[in-house]
Ligand binder design. Structure first.
Ligand SMILES: Cc1ncc(COP(=O)(O)O)c(C=O)c1O
Length: 442
């Protein structure tokens, strides 16, 4: 049976009864299926992760910077208006989007950045989809004084132009990727290629809980702060969660948010699915339902037709065609259209510990709009998939139930998408005026 890793350092008490081991596998998922040239740097990374991250010096520096640089702890907000309007359970929102650079991504970027520094690496590379991981890495590298290059699919660069601008302001070099679907998976490929060519001096900061071992363990470790903090914040209110809800791209915010409640899995298997009788909360992952069912229209790997495969160095569930080739995907949110899912989430989904559902593009946009008007809280489009699921499920819970949704990011970055969707005409006029005034200025 797969257990939590050795290095959950500050959250060791959350691990449960499973023996702490690091095997790199979650059941048959995970592993390290890479070309020979990447074996040595991955081994070196694993050694550093196991020896440096749990050390007192590392933890002290990391925890101090989480406070002073990232702005932790992020608030746990009681969504009183929504609770009153919808009935059913009480809704809480973990405001992870209030972390520096606007999303949970910085928890992991900071952890890996500090590790890079202690390993004496001279250069950092990263991939990014929505741009939030790229912005977080760029900011961390500026803070730590390490040169940084970010690979980003050309389609994502168009969708998330403001984030490209901000990464460059933080001093990062943003390199457009023109291969494949020109989105996140292609950016990961390019980053792996770069790392294979410069393994000695380069640290690859991977942004989600996926990729070859030890990345899934390492990213979960750095993101577990979300779940640990939420658990403490609930406990200080005398509460225990009935259900936790998070959106799932590669899976880093979800696995971090769920982390105190994932194991021991035997206990979770005894719980009666869909009821509130168990001590363990329901864990609900929300994938991109996109435009609806149909090949290329969504990114539902667990709740759709994901197949077991080995892609980008690890075994998990992916959207694949009959020949095992990766299928195109779609989501209105650039951070949820990755064709695979982190191996630990795939394993826990197959075991029934995590339930997976979808929210469509439209439902996510409506949820974003709802929470802005009802609570004064602006969800990122990725996180709004979790928000949409919370709105759908809340009335089905009893009044005593405590439902917590992770707002993994805030929605400012999505202005160019949401304004087009919700205020098209006025937005078009504004953009036209801007273009005209730029022309006048030239
Ligand atoms: C705000 C936000 N939430 C969620 C995600 C999805 O990533 P993950 O599943 O790794 O949390 C992204 C990815 O870019 C994001 O920017």
């Amino acid at each position: 049976m797969r257990a939590r890793s050795l290095v959950d350092g500050y959250s060791k008490q959350e691990v449960g009864n499973n023996p702490p081991i690091l095997t790199g596998f979650f059941g048959s998922f995970g592993g390290r299926y890479v070309a020979e040239v990447l074996r040595k740097p991955l081994h070196e990374l694993e050694e550093a992760f196991l020896s440096i991250v749990p050390s007192k010096e590392f933890q002290e520096e990391y925890q101090a910077k989480l406070k002073s640089f990232v702005g932790r702890p992020t608030p746990l907000y009681y969504a009183e208006n929504t609770t009153r309007l919808l009935g059913g359970g009480r809704l809480y929102i973990k405001l992870e989007g209030l972390a520096a650079t606007g999303a949970h991504k910085i928890n992991n970027a900071l952890g890996q950045g500090l590790l890079a520094k202690r390993m004496g690496k001279k250069r950092v590379i990263a991939e990014t989809g929505a741009g939030q991981h790229g912005v977080a890495v760029a900011a961390v590298c500026a803070h730590l004084g390490i040169p940084c290059r970010v690979y980003m699919g050309e389609v994502d660069m168009m969708r998330q132009k403001p984030n490209v601008f901000w990464m460059e302001r933080y001093g990062a070099e943003v390199v457009g990727v023109s291969s494949g679907s020109r989105t996140l998976k292609d950016a990961v490929n390019e980053a792996l290629r770069d790392w294979a060519s410069h393994p000695e001096d380069t640290f690859y900061i991977l942004g989600s809980a996926l990729g070859p071992s030890p990345y899934p363990d390492m990213v979960r470790t750095f993101q577990s702060i979300i779940g640990v903090e939420t658990k403490e914040q609930l406990a200080s209110l005398g509460l225990k969660p009935t259900a936790l809800i998070a959106c799932v791209g590669g899976g880093s915010n979800a696995i971090g948010f769920f982390s105190p409640y994932l194991y021991p899995i035997d206990e979770s298997e005894e719980r009666i699915k869909g009821t509130e009788t168990s001590n363990m909360p329901r864990l609900i992952g929300v994938e991109a339902g996109g435009r609806g069912p149909g090949k290329g229209q969504h990114a539902a790997r667990m709740s759709g037709e994901g197949k077991v495969g080995i892609v980008q160095g690890y075994k998990s569930r992916f959207l694949l065609d009959e020949d095992g080739q990766v299928l195109p995907t779609h989501s209105v949110s650039a951070g949820l259209d990755y064709p695979g899912i982190g191996p630990e989430l795939a394993y826990l989904g197959d075991r029934g510990r995590i339930e997976f559902i979808t929210a469509t593009d439209r439902q996510a946009i409506e949820a974003m709009d709802f929470f802005a008007r009802t609570e004064g809280i602006l969800f990122a489009l990725e996180s709004a998939h979790g928000g949409a699921a919370a709105l759908r499920l809340l009335p089905s819970f009893s009044k005593e139930a405590v439902v917590v949704v992770n707002m993994s990011g805030r929605g400012d970055k999505d202005l160019f998408i949401t304004a087009r969707e919700l205020d098209r005409e006025r937005w078009r006029e504004f953009l036209q005026r801007e273009v005209d005034s730029l022309g006048d200025a030239l």
